[in-house]
Design a binder for this molecule. Structure first.
Ligand code: AHR
Length: 505
């Protein structure tokens, strides 16, 4: 039936702050994620600032990236930071054993990463090597990054061009330690993790005036039900922590894959494949609820954030590309999946205070694709752009009966939506029409507020499998949308397969 879908926007019941870090990015040394995608080197004909692509920087600035997790991923547990500092001529070339056996020139190292995040205005989220490195190596890395220029570590950094200590707000204590990060049991990991949490210090006087740790240390958590014991072990140990150590975050990784190994095509797929992956994506809600429930047992005040620092669609590699480079196209489907995930994170904003989509450029569900000097913005990029007003806004609950969209034996909610009030007091509504075939008419009542205009942007496309290519970069781009408003009643017509973000003024 095509009756309007009623929504109640409970503006009089504000919830938690939607931390802007929910819109974080992940950039690993993997395929062309860094090399070619971010770093082209100073002598490249591709326009760059100190080796970092100008086009990519300006696109990322426009989506207000809050933080970038680096250098991995699996790569992080084999990364030795000393290989990537000092004059370029002295950088150590290694092999990227995790990702296609590619040469790793280490020309993008700590100082280049810091330059890059500074250029885009993001905070540092550095993953430490807990798998194959030592506590001392990690502690020395933090000293290199954060110690005053009067110290030996700080002098070395100054000699490499940066006398001022860097700000490091977030450190990851390993990555997927149950698998590529060292195949550790949860108890073994927890013991090891505590030593990193204890001895890896942030020495930046501006961050830690009293010499105490001022970073958020994020421990490895689960990757799904099979590794749920990580949640239990890490949180149990946290509940007994003392002055000597602590953690300030628990990681969770969950991809939409359609089964392992990923075999769903990123282009030319049908509506069955669409529905199947949307359905799987919605499982993120239960995964977060289940893990939050375990965390609540040890941390009822929700002091430790759940950090979903790897998420996104992981599809079959683009035919003809190195399968170890995880290159895939990005479609209208993926944009809808991004919006649905962000809505889930926002509903859990009291516990989920940071997430990182995998990955920022040229890898998995990326914001940007590059090919030599060419660059194209993906449908997922535009979701991140449209959702910028939700960064640090106050969550506003939306009640609705979603109706249903059926594809074969898969039953899905027809629509989804969240709302929020930004710092300037504006009310925003984000609604997704999951159904690829039917428009959806939304009839929203705003409780405790009224509006005179409803304006914003909508992202839709000819098909769920529509993509932006280098030759046709504007197939999936946002356009203006307006709704009708009568006091506290708003109507908005959503095209089939679309995401709209509107401001109620
Ligand atoms: O994002 C690709 C890989 O997925 C990461 O390196 C790893 O942490 C995860 O398994």
């Amino acid at each position: 039936d095509d009756a309007a879908i009623a929504m109640k926007v409970e503006a009089d019941h504000p919830g938690a702050t939607i931390d802007r870090n929910i819109f974080g990015q992940f950039a690993e040394h993997l395929g062309h994620g860094i090399y070619g995608g971010v770093w082209v080197g100073k002598d490249s004909p591709i326009p760059n600032v100190r080796g970092i692509r100008t086009d990519v920087v300006s696109a990322l600035k426009a989506i207000h990236v809050p933080n970038v997790r680096w250098p991995g991923g699996c790569f992080a547990d084999e990364y030795h930071w000393r290989d990537g500092i000092g004059p370029q001529s002295g950088r150590v070339e290694t092999t990227n054993t995790n990702w296609g056996g590619a040469p790793e020139p280490n020309s993008f190292g700590t100082d280049e990463y810091m330059d890059f995040i500074h250029q885009i205005g993001a905070d540092a989220y550095v993953s430490l090597n807990v798998g194959s490195g030592t506590v001392k190596e990690a502690a020395d890395w933090l000293a290199y990054m954060t110690a005053p220029a009067t110290t030996t570590a700080g002098k070395e950094r100054a000699a490499n061009g940066h006398p001022q200590p860097y700000t490091v707000k977030y450190v990851g204590l390993g990555n997927e330690s149950w698998s590529c990060g060292g195949a550790m049991t949860a108890t073994y990991y927890t013991d090891r993790m505590k030593r990193f949490a204890r001895f890896v210090n942030n020495y930046n006087p501006a961050q830690a005036p009293d010499g105490k740790n001022a970073m958020q240390r994020i421990a490895v958590g689960p990757g799904g039900p099979e590794t749920a014991d990580y949640t239990d072990q890490v949180m149990k140990s946290w509940s007994k922590h003392d002055w000597a150590w602590s953690i300030e975050g628990l990681s969770l990784h969950s991809y939409t894959t359609g089964g392992w190994p990923p075999s769903y095509a990123s282009t030319g797929f049908d509506q069955n494949a669409y529905a199947r992956l949307v359905k799987e994506t919605l499982g993120m809600d239960k995964l977060i609820s289940d893990n939050s429930a375990v965390m609540d047992k040890y941390d009822p005040k929700k002091q430790v954030p759940l950090v979903v620092d790897e998420w996104g669609v992981w599809l079959a590699p683009t035919p003809g590309t190195n399968p170890g480079f995880l290159i895939q196209q990005n479609s209208m489907r993926d944009a809808i999946i991004a919006a649905l995930n962000i809505n889930i994170f926002a509903r859990h904003a009291d516990r989920v205070r940071m997430t990182n989509i995998a990955q920022m450029v040229n890898v998995l569900q990326s914001m940007i694709l590059t090919d030599g000097p060419k660059m194209v913005l993906t449908p997922t990029y535009y979701i991140f752009k449209m959702y910028v007003p939700f960064q640090d806004a106050t969550f506003v609950p939306v009640q609705f009966d979603a109706g249903s969209y059926r594809q074969g034996d898969i039953d899905l909610p027809r629509v989804d939506g969240i709302a929020a009030r930004d710092k300037a007091g504006h009310l925003w509504l984000a609604v997704t029409n999951v159904d690829p075939n039917r428009t959806a008419s939304i009839a929203a009542t705003i409780e405790g507020a009224s509006a005179r205009s409803v304006k914003g942007q909508v992202l839709t496309a000819p098909n769920v499998n529509s993509v932006n290519s280098f030759d046709a970069p504007n197939t999936v781009v946002p356009r203006a949308i307006t709704g009708k408003v009568d006091g506290s009643r708003v109507t908005l017509d959503l095209p089939a397969k679309s995401v709209a973000v509107v401001r109620l003024d």
